[in-house]
Design a protein around this ligand. Structure first.
Ligand code: ADP
Ligand code: MG
Ligand code: MG
Length: 931
């Protein structure tokens, strides 16, 4: 019965998060101010008073703590006090503050002076309230010593039960309860737990002794051991204790208590607690509180028991009581899953009154906390006691349903409902996912980054071409690559999912996959790919083209075999939440979309325009890439113009499709941006193909490729530098845009065009580009004798630090700014986006950085440049339209930031549009909330 195992109900969600020591979530800084949307009841949001008091009592005699004082009393302690205050049956006790734990560490692990004094006084109060005495030989008071921090860390820290039992007190307990078997059962649990938790005696030594004794008494189950057997067991356990610790099991209850308090303080910094906080991104806490609470006994016989429950279904949100209990057991047993518990629905058959009482308490708790609760309870000889309540963790589905139901039930307001749904969790509602009921039996082979949510099943394909070919012949394939590049997009598109062994959350594979809403696990470093052999190995096991695998883009898990999936259902509740969000938000939401299909999907999700069309993606499909390569390899302007002419009709059609899909909404088109080398044919086959198309020898092609080689292409010939050195590229692209717009206008549509020049660093660059753009537009207008008004704006991305700093100058020649925060982050930190995987995980594991700046906008640095860019830009042009089109546009925390700094819109991948809509509303509501 290991204390560390998470409770069974939560286990499916919590399974093996520790494997990925990677940042999958933005940091949750626990605010000193009580979060209004959390469990704190509306009546009392005050912070705890500053005082030297280290211990707070809860019970009938007095209750000193408040629900809102979670920072001081921990979540468990604050809610125990609160439940006592509202008259629920809570065994009395007291809480040592988290500040005291901090002090303990300040004092280099010594209990602060006066603490044990306060503890003694509070024990005296408990004795008075219960009419029992600590360590007494007739009617002993027993307590539990429980950890409990401000943020919930289930099972990560220590708790000791039945403390206060000694050789003398155990006989007293036997007498006062008339149940000697039970008394010795409690004693053996204490010696075991105290030895394990406080003295570090491994649990198996006790387990081993227990097994031996069970054999001697010829029984299998713990519960079948006789009274005499348990008396024997206590003697054996004390022997184990003496042998391992080198001294007797302490017979002074206060000595036990003092050591146990210290052990709980220490458990704050145990490895598992530290890693849990890191994985969950919990920072800003100063330690754990210690709750010392009088014991109630679920192990007194078949009229007793213990259980855990959720007031609503945490997985789908149904308003049904959801829980489990065990007869004749102590809390620990349910957690450890020694015996299989019954569901609470089965409880009436066992005890109708208790079941009814529990349902009543469920109602009281939900009314009081106005949120779904996760509770612990114990029944001692038919009497129900509450031992814990906290806001229950839930899936995205449940979050949406519960929020909407609670509005219907008039428990919360629309605004509160919006604030309660973690915007990022909406992802779960938008994509197919693995059937949670099947997941527990799956064999997880390894774990990578949860790069793009979703669930994909298929057989590995090792090159893009292979993926296309096999997908076309009807197979479901997972593209398995070390990393992907723009050349792979066809294969990526055809694959059911993408798995890479290197690269981070903003690697090519991740960004592209998220854009399409395609499942992707990136950077699964344990996978060794041998593409020529058509296989990969993980931990010594080999998987080939015929091995079926499943990848979970929401967890990063790579699983053997085919796992069943469930399709997303766009529930009525979901649309309701979106409608509410639109009512409150100020920010406009656009999407990053490169194709009419993406644009349409984005619009269905509520996008109000396109904030970024990456035109380079349009150059990879089919025969286009050949024309593109001809253009790049051309040695003369004439040859380039000829190649570009082949691309023009394709581009024009692309834009016509986009303008149609986004009729009446703005479409921002970015001109060619990536380093040319990305388009170059690097391998033999492709070089031969290009040579044939160009009718030149392959050697010639090879020579051009090596001439165009750059040492650092990301900082090389790319972005607007291309258009300035090869104006004919700009000319072709602007022509395609304007001809498309005119055609759409003539169809009776309303195209709204924004031409965006990437990677501008100086005013002069943009001034030149603007001139060239206008010249081309005018040329086309006069060619076509077009005289009507065209709605065209010319602007730039702000993605080079220099552009942000000189935004006042650049704004003179820009109609709009769009912050390209991917490149801006790359260049501000000097971290290569494509190589950061080699050091960034280490940085985050070791707290060198709090979070991945490519996922969550770095407000302290990059954010300062953004603010500067906005301020300076608007100083020149007060009505300058400003947005963001980096990956951050769909990250809720970054959306809050964009709202605060006064942007007009955020643009993100189509599947993140609903997330951004909700986050934008939350930004308004959070700002409006009285502090
Ligand atoms: P965790 O945070 O890991 O759940 P807890 O401090 O809540 O640890 O305690 C572990 C188990 O012991 C729980 O099932 C709890 O209900 C039970 N427990 C704690 N204190 C008491 C008590 N005073 N009487 C009876 N059971 C208790
Ligand atoms: Mg608990
Ligand atoms: Mg860029």
């Amino acid at each position: 019965m290991s204390k560390t195992s998470p409770r069974p109900i939560e286990s499916s969600k919590k399974r093996s998060p520790a494997l990925a020591a990677r940042p999958s979530k933005p940091t949750k800084k626990v605010s000193k101010k009580p979060a209004g949307a959390s469990a704190a009841p509306a009546a009392d949001k005050s912070e705890a008073p500053k005082s030297a008091q280290m211990v707070y009592y809860f019970g009938k005699l007095k209750t000193e703590g408040k629900a809102a004082w979670k920072m001081l009393l921990g979540g468990k302690g604050a809610n125990l006090a609160d439940m006592t205050s509202i008259g629920l049956p809570v065994p009395p006790g007291f809480t040592i503050t988290t500040d005291t734990c901090a002090k303990y560490y300040e004092l280099k692990k010594r209990l602060p002076l006066g603490l044990m004094n306060e503890v003694h006084k509070n024990i005296a109060l408990l004795e008075k309230e219960l009419g029992k005495k600590f360590g007494n030989v007739d009617n002993p008071l027993l307590v539990s010593v429980r950890s409990g921090a401000a943020a919930s860390m289930p099972g990560m820290m220590d708790t000791i039960l039945n403390l206060g039992l000694t050789d003398a007190a155990v006989e007293g307990l036997a007498k006062s309860t008339g149940n000697r078997r039970f008394a010795y059962d409690a004693y053996r649990r204490l010696i075991n737990m105290f030895g394990d938790v406080v003295m570090g005696v491994s649990h198996e030594h006790f387990e081993h002794a227990f097994d031996k004794l069970k054999r001697k008494h010829k029984v299998d189950l713990d519960t079948d051991v006789s009274e005499e057997g348990l008396v024997d067991l206590c003697a054996v356990y004390k022997e184990v204790y003496r042998h391992k610790v080198g001294e007797e099991f302490p017979q002074n209850p206060f000595k036990q208590l003092e050591l146990a308090i210290e052990a709980v303080f220490k458990s704050w910094n145990h490895d598992k607690a530290v890693s849990y906080r890191r994985i969950e991104g919990i920072t800003g806490l100063n330690g754990t509180a210690v709750n010392i609470q009088s014991m109630v006994y679920g192990n007194m016989g078949d009229d007793s028991g213990t259980g855990v429950a959720f007031t609503r279904n945490p997985s789908n949100g149904d308003s049904a009581f959801y829980g489990e209990f065990l007869i004749n057991a102590q809390g620990e047993d349910v957690v450890a899953g020694i015996r299989t518990p019954q569901t609470v629905d089965q409880m009436p058959r066992w005890n109708k009154t208790v079941h009814a009482q529990l349902l009543k308490i469920k109602g009281i708790l939900e009314k009081h906390y106005r949120d779904m609760q996760d509770i612990e309870f114990t029944i001692e000889r038919g009497t129900l006691f509450m031992l814990q309540t906290r806001t229950g963790k839930r899936t995205g589905f449940a979050a949406v349903k519960i929020a909407c139901d609670m509005v219907k039930e008039k428990l919360i307001t629309e605004e509160e409902a919006l604030l309660r749904i973690p915007a990022g969790d909406l992802t779960q509602l938008l994509l197919p996912s693995f059937d949670p009921t099947k997941k527990s039996i799956a064999k997880v082979m390894t774990k990578g980054l949860p790069a793009s949510p979703g669930a994909a099943v298929g057989k590995p394909a090792f090159t893009a071409e292979e993926a296309v070919e096999r997908a076309r012949s009807g197979e479901k394939v997972i593209l398995v690559r070390k990393e992907t590049s723009p050349e792979d997009v066809e294969g990526m598109h055809h694959a059911a999912g993408i798995l890479t062994s290197t690269g981070g959350m903003t690697s090519h594979a991740a960004v592209v996959a998220r854009g399409w809403g395609k499942c992707c696990v990136a950077g699964a470093g344990e996978i060794h790919i041998e593409a020529d052999k058509g296989e990969f190995t993980v931990k010594g096991k080999t998987y080939g083209r015929d091995s079926v695998i499943s990848i979970d883009g929401s967890t990063g898990e790579v699983i053997e075999g085919a796992l069943a999936t469930v399709a997303p259902e766009m529930s009525g509740d979901f649309s309701k939440v979106m409608r509410w969000a639109d009512k409150y938000r100020r920010l406009r939401i656009r999407a990053n979309a490169d194709t009419p299909a993406d644009a349409k999907r984005a619009r269905d999700f509520g996008a109000e325009g396109i904030g970024l069309t990456r035109t380079e993606h349009m150059f990879f499909e089919g025969e286009r890439i050949i024309a593109m390569r001809e253009m790049i390899l051309a040695e003369t302007k004439e040859a380039r113009v000829a190649a570009l002419a082949k691309l023009l009709p394709f581009q024009r059609d692309d834009f016509i499709g986009l303008f149609r899909a986004m009729d009446g909404l703005p479409v921002t088109i970015r001109l060619l941006d990536p380093p040319l080398h990305e388009f170059l044919p690097h391998d033999d086959d492709n070089q031969k193909q290009v040579a044939a198309a160009l009718k030149v020898p392959v050697a010639k092609v090879r020579q051009r490729v090596s001439m165009l080689h750059e040492a650092n292409p990301m900082l090389g010939h790319r972005g607007c530098r291309l258009a300035i050195t090869y104006p004919e590229i700009l000319d072709m692209q602007v022509r395609a845009i304007i001809e498309a717009a005119i055609e759409c206008l003539q169809e009776g549509r309303r195209p709204i065009v924004e031409i965006m020049h990437p990677l501008v660093g100086t005013r002069r660059e943009l001034a030149l580009l603007r001139e060239m753009t206008i010249a081309t537009i005018e040329k086309i207008k006069s060619e076509q004798k077009f005289t009507k008004k065209l709605d065209v704006k010319i602007g730039t991305m702000i993605e080079i630090p220099r552009a942000a700093v000189t935004a006042n100058e650049i704004a003179e020649v820009a109609d709009f700014f769009s912050f390209g925060t991917n490149d801006l982050t790359q260049m501000t930190f000097g971290y290569s986006r494509d190589d950061s995987g080699t050091f960034l995980p280490h940085y985050i594991d070791h707290d060198v950085l709090e979070s991945d700046p490519f996922q969550t906008l770095d407000q302290g640095g990059v954010g300062q440049l953004v603010e500067m860019g906005i301020d300076r830009g608007r100083a020149t042009k007060p009505d300058l339209k400003i947005g963001i089109c980096g990956e951050h546009g769909g990250d809720p925390k970054s959306v809050f930031f964009c709202h605060e700094v006064g942007m007009d819109y955020v643009s993100c991948s189509p599947f993140r549009v609903p997330i951004a809509r909700l986050a934008a509303a939350q930004a308004v509501l959070k700002a409006a909330k009285p502090k």
